[in-house]
Design a protein around this ligand. Structure first.
Ligand code: MG
Length: 379
C-alpha cells in the first residue's frame, strides 16, 4: 500500500455519520459504507434497471448493476494510481445510480415532469434519499447512515432550490465549490464507463456500425492501430480490442493530466480541494474534446436512434400512467405506502402524496413497472 496523498479523503478527518456510531473494529469507515450499499435492496434492483437497453431486450447488455461495477473498477484503478482513497471511490461508484427510475432517462424525465409542481425529481437527489431515508435495514436509524464523504459524492448535481434544503451537503452547489477528489474520479469514471460500454452495446444491438464509429477520432485511432497490428481479427475480438484500448487511453490521459494539475495546485488537504472552483480531476484539453465528440456521436446516433426512441416513448407512457393512477387513488398502493402517504400528506399536502408515489415508482425495476402497468390497465 502507498502512503495516501495529503489531499486524499481519510476516515480520521471524516465529517462522520448523521447518527454517530462506534467505529467498525476491522474495516475502515468507507469499507463499511461500501458493504452497506452492497447489502441494500436498491443495489440489488440495479440488476433489472435499464442503462440504455430495457432489461428484457437481451441478457448481453449492460444494466445499471454491471454499469456501476464497471464504474467502481475504473474508479478504484484511478484512485490507487493517484494515492487517493480507493474504498471511498468504490462506495461512491457503487451507489451513484441507486436513485435511478426504471427505463433510464426516459423514466426519469417522465417522473420529473409529473413531479413538476411538487419539487421535481432528480435521480442524484433520489440516490441520496435512498441511502438517507428509504432503505429500511437498521434498528437504530433510517437509511444506511453513510459517511458525509460518500453522501457528498453521491450528490453529483443538485438544483439550487434543493441544495438550500440540504445544509452542509448542499452548500457547494450554491458556492460553486467541489467535492472530494474521490467524488471527482467517480464522475469521470462514470462517463468513461458508459461512453465505452454504450459503443459496445450499440454495436451488439446493431444500432451502430463500425463504419459510422470511424467518424469518431477516439475510435478511429484505435481502429487503425488494431487493424495494423492484427490483420483479419474476427469481429467481436476486434471490437473489444478497440474498446479496451479506448478505455485505457482515456484513463491514462486522465491520470496524467490530473497528476500534473494536482502537482501544480498542491492542495494542502481535502478542504483545499473542496474550496476550488474547478475540479482537479480532469482530462487534458485534447482528450476532453475527443470525449465530448464521442458523447455527441452517441447522443445523435444511439440515444436518438428510432428503435431506442420507440422504447423511450413507451417507457415514459408507462411511468406517467402509473404516477397518475397512484396519485389519483393511493389505495392502489401497498399498505405501507398508503401509510407513508397519510403521514406525508398531513405535513405537506398533495406534494407529500406525490413524493411517496415518486419514491414507489423510482424504486421499481423495468419489469416490475411493466407488470404493474399491465395489472392496472390490461382488461
Ligand atoms: Mg452512472
Amino acid at each position: 500500500m502507498h502512503e495516501p496523498a495529503p489531499y486524499a479523503a481519510s476516515e480520521a478527518r471524516s465529517r462522520g455519520r448523521r447518527h454517530p456510531e462506534p467505529a467498525p473494529p476491522y474495516r475502515s469507515q468507507f469499507q463499511r459504507d461500501r458493504d452497506r450499499i452492497v447489502h441494500s435492496s436498491a443495489f440489488r434492483r440495479l440488476e433489472y434497471k435499464t442503462q440504455v437497453f430495457v432489461n428484457h431486450e437481451g441478457d448481453m447488455f449492460r444494466t445499471r448493476l454491471t454499469h456501476s461495477i464497471e464504474v467502481a473498477q475504473i474508479g478504484r484503478a484511478i484512485a490507487r494510481i493517484l494515492h487517493l482513497n480507493e474504498d471511498l471511490t468504490e462506495a461512491i461508484s457503487l451507489s451513484h445510480d441507486l436513485g435511478h427510475t426504471p427505463f433510464g432517462h426516459a423514466g426519469q424525465d417522465a417522473l420529473n415532469e409529473r413531479m413538476h409542481a411538487h419539487g421535481g425529481f432528480e435521480h442524484n437527489l433520489q440516490s441520496l434519499r435512498v441511502v438517507d431515508e428509504l432503505e429500511e435495514r437498521y434498528a437504530e436509524f433510517p437509511g444506511l447512515n453513510l459517511t458525509f464523504e460518500t453522501r457528498e459524492g453521491i450528490l453529483k448535481h443538485c438544483a439550487p432550490e434543493n441544495a438550500r434544503q440540504l445544509g452542509e451537503l448542499g452548500r457547494r452547489f450554491l458556492e460553486r465549490r467541489q467535492p472530494s477528489l474521490e467524488a471527482q474520479i467517480t464522475n469521470i469514471a462514470d462517463a468513461i464507463a458508459y461512453n465505452n460500454h454504450d459503443v459496445d452495446d450499440g454495436l451488439r444491438a446493431e444500432l451502430l456500425t463500425i463504419e459510422q464509429l470511424r467518424e469518431v477520432s477516439l475510435f478511429e485511432r484505435e481502429y487503425l492501430e488494431v487493424e495494423r497490428r492484427y490483420t483479419r481479427l474476427p469481429g467481436r475480438r476486434m471490437i473489444h480490442e478497440i474498446i479496451r484500448r479506448m478505455i485505457n487511453r482515456q484513463v491514462v490521459d486522465l491520470v496524467e493530466a490530473s497528476r500534473a494539475r494536482l502537482g501544480e495546485a498542491a492542495p494542502a488537504d481535502i478542504d483545499a480541494v473542496r474550496d476550488r472552483s474547478e475540479p482537479l480531476i480532469q482530462f487534458s484539453p485534447e482528450m476532453a474534446e475527443q470525449h465530448r465528440a464521442l458523447k455527441r456521436f452517441l447522443r445523435e446516433n444511439l440515444y436518438r436512434h428510432y428503435r431506442v426512441h420507440r422504447m423511450s416513448v413507451k417507457s415514459a407512457g408507462i411511468v406517467r400512467a402509473l404516477f397518475d393512477a397512484f396519485f389519483a387513488d393511493p389505495r392502489l398502493l401497498p399498505p405501507d405506502y398508503q401509510h407513508s402517504i397519510r403521514e406525508r400528506e398531513a405535513a405537506q399536502g398533495e406534494s407529500g402524496r406525490a413524493r411517496v408515489v415518486a419514491d414507489y415508482i423510482a424504486g421499481m425495476t423495468d419489469r416490475y413497472a411493466i407488470a404493474e402497468h399491465a395489472k392496472l390497465f390490461n382488461p
